[in-house]
Design a protein around this ligand. Structure first.
Ligand code: HEC
Ligand code: HEC
Ligand code: HEC
Ligand code: HEC
Ligand code: HEC
Ligand code: HEC
Ligand code: HEC
Ligand code: HEC
Length: 417
């Protein structure tokens, strides 16, 4: 063999190796890197087709803990109890995935979720109780009294089906009952294929729903010291630390999840964010929850993983004072509305007179916002998005009530003053 032949042979061999590598790198990582035969059969086949059809979906799955732990596409997509199957290229898959497809492996978490307001109460807040079985209602009412046994929200009828579908339901379907007998879905905070705790711990994930004038939690957080610190130090936090080992060394700045769900420093992670809440802040007039003492102790214990008891007690005292002051203002406005109603001046149909909107905005936007801001570090929301518009709306409601009374009297009706 002369030098020329050897040279050509080396070039060809190198070319073959490089092209083999190139071809291989275009194949799904699932097929190339996963050695288990069952895994390749279930995930590799799905991925082979779907990588070309929906690259993003397969890629999100590939990056997940599920792929690492050999959970296959079919593990989730198979037909769970109560679901109908459909033939799909030699596989049988479910036509609609729900919490049932997660609970098979995460039952404890599903049970915690069921106790929470993210489950049945969230759906009933919009659609009422008609979609639930009597057993589901009885179960949920044990944990969220008054949360499910109620009529549909009047705005759904007034705004119509299209608005409700793309509006209310988009956020509140986190707790919609499914045909297979389960409630809700787990994808609101985990997505369908990413399934990561890192994603779930980001404020923007909760902020998909927890934002806007009626529950400005994301905006409040963003302007709070915690939010500012998170923006500055996000890269230093270990956002993907496993939940049962999460410490303040991983998360030394809290996000929504840290205060409401995470089990930092061995405190016990929960999928029921009500566990640490002592007030019904969202209510027209705020009352303490049935388990207020225990819940408050739990939340304070979380704060105290990073703070002294003195600081935490001060925030709770100030927050409690804002709750009391806001209640007083709401009760004053409610008394005006009730007396108009008694005198037959107010329509019995809600949302049909401007004054009813003024009252709804008063408690639903500004009252809530003031209370939420006080507990989560949002001074601007206690003041300029809270108490200032509360004052303004109280003046407006009084003036409108007076005018309605005068018009009513002019029309020849007798009223009690
Ligand atoms: C031979 C190719 C092929 C294989 C193998 C395959 N799929 Fe599909 N899949 C498709 C095509 C094509 C569609 C229709 C896509 C479209 O409408 O754009 C589809 C649709 C789907 C849908 C949407 C169904 C719907 O009605 O909304 C899901 C979910 C799905 N596949 C999951 C899987 C899973 C899980 C596996 C493996 C167990 C798998 N697929 C295997 C080609 C395949
Ligand atoms: C952790 C559970 C889980 C795993 C694992 C999983 N999926 Fe899914 N997938 C879901 C859920 C939940 C949906 C939403 C189904 C629904 O709306 O009924 C979904 C939807 C889909 C869809 C329809 C998506 C769309 O946007 O139209 C396709 C296609 C799909 N999955 C393919 C796959 C493939 C391929 C794999 C493996 C590479 C896989 N899935 C692994 C849970 C999973
Ligand atoms: C076949 C069993 C199985 C199914 C079905 C399943 N999972 Fe998992 N899941 C696992 C395993 C195993 C892990 C790894 C956890 C561990 O090692 O403790 C995991 C981990 C997770 C994690 C934590 C990931 C992280 O970043 O630490 C989340 C979130 C998760 N699953 C959500 C879901 C959701 C949502 C569904 C349904 C759409 C689902 N899982 C369906 C088995 C499953
Ligand atoms: C952007 C997402 C989103 C949309 C859209 C949305 N909500 Fe909500 N809703 C929430 C969140 C988040 C809360 C929790 C607020 C809190 O606890 O402070 C909530 C709370 C509520 C509550 C009070 C809690 C309870 O159980 O009584 C009611 C009632 C309610 N929503 C009804 C509706 C209705 C009706 C619509 C449509 C007209 C709607 N929501 C649209 C996210 C949304
Ligand atoms: C409201 C948002 C939200 C919903 C809805 C939700 N999760 Fe989570 N999940 C989280 C957060 C936040 C964490 C991380 C907690 C922490 O910081 O340690 C988490 C963690 C997890 C983990 C890892 C837990 C562990 O101990 O390793 C699994 C598994 C999981 N969720 C499954 C589910 C399942 C199944 C459902 C539906 C029944 C669900 N999640 C619904 C927010 C959510
Ligand atoms: C898909 C929309 C959605 C997402 C995402 C979401 N929530 Fe919610 N959340 C709701 C709705 C709707 C309610 C109100 C349910 C009710 O009271 O009727 C709610 C209520 C709550 C409550 C009040 C519970 C109570 O007992 O009053 C807390 C706290 C909460 N969510 C925390 C979180 C956290 C933390 C995250 C992120 C890890 C998150 N949520 C993600 C929709 C969402
Ligand atoms: C530093 C801890 C902390 C952080 C961070 C935090 N919260 Fe809160 N949150 C609280 C406290 C404390 C309360 C009031 C507790 C009570 O009722 O006793 C509260 C109340 C709430 C409520 C009110 C429930 C009701 O009764 O209306 C919701 C919803 C909520 N938080 C969601 C969020 C969301 C979403 C984020 C992130 C954008 C967030 N929180 C960030 C501590 C925190
Ligand atoms: C995971 C750690 C952590 C948790 C949990 C936590 N915080 Fe903080 N907090 C911080 C950090 C870090 C700062 C800013 C550091 C500093 O100024 O020393 C801060 C700042 C504050 C400040 C501003 C102090 C000032 O005067 O500038 C208040 C108020 C506060 N936190 C209240 C709370 C309350 C109330 C809770 C519980 C509901 C809580 N925090 C939970 C880490 C945490």
């Amino acid at each position: 063999m002369n030098f020329r032949t050897v040279f050509i042979a080396i070039i060809i061999a190198t070319g073959l190796i490089v092209s083999a590598y190139l071809v291989n790198s275009k194949r799904p990582r699932l097929i190339v890197e996963q050695p288990s035969a069952a895994f390749i059969r279930a995930s590799g086949k799905c991925a082979e087709c779907h990588r070309n059809l929906q690259y993003s979906i397969v890629h999100e799955f590939e990056m997940s803990q599920h792929a690492e732990k050999r959970v296959t596409c079919l593990d989730c997509h198979q037909v769970a109890q109560g679901q109908t199957g459909t033939n799909h290229y030699t596989f049988v898959i479910s036509t609609k995935l729900t919490a049932a497809n997660c609970r098979s492996c995460h039952e404890t978490i599903y049970q915690q979720f069921l106790h929470s307001r993210h489950a049945a109460a969230a759906w009933a807040a919009v659609a009422g109780d008609t979609d639930f079985t009597p057993e589901q209602i009885a179960f949920a009412e044990q944990y969220q009294p008054g949360g499910v046994k109620r009529p549909p929200h009047p705005l759904t009828r007034l705004e119509g089906g299209a608005a409700t579908q793309s509006g209310c339901y988009s956020c509140h379907s986190v707790g919609k009952p499914n045909e297979d007998g389960t409630i809700g879905n787990c994808t609101a905070c985990h997505t369908r294929h990413t399934s990561s705790v890192e994603l779930a711990r980001l404020p923007s994930t909760c902020g998909q729903c927890h934002l806007g004038p009626d529950h400005s939690q994301l905006e409040i957080y963003t302007e709070s010291k915690h939010g500012v610190m998170f923006a500055a130090q996000r890269n230093l936090l270990n956002l993907s630390a496993p939940p049962d080992h999460l410490t303040t060394r991983d998360m030394f700045v809290p996000t929504c999840a840290t205060c409401h769900m995470s089990g930092i420093n061995g405190r016990g992670v929960t999928h029921d964010p009500s566990e640490r809440l002592s007030y019904y802040l969202f209510a027209e007039v705020t009352e303490s929850r049935p388990n207020a003492g225990r819940a408050r102790a739990k939340m304070k214990d979380i704060c105290q993983q990073c703070h002294t008891a003195k600081l935490v007690d001060r925030i709770y005292a100030e927050g409690g004072a804002v709750v009391d002051a806001t209640n007083e203002k709401m009760l004053a406005a409610r008394a005006i509305m009730e007396s108009l109603q008694q005198d037959g001046i107010l329509s019995s149909t809600n949302f049909s007179q401007p004054i009813q909107f003024a009252y709804f905005d008063l408690w639903h936007y500004y009252g809530r916002t003031a209370k939420h801001g006080a507990f989560m570090g949002g001074a601007d929301f206690v003041q300029w998005h809270g108490n200032y518009p509360i004052l303004e709306h109280l003046v407006e409601i009084k003036a409108e009530a007076q005018q309605l009374r005068e018009e009513h009297a002019k029309a020849g009706n007798a009223v009690s003053q």
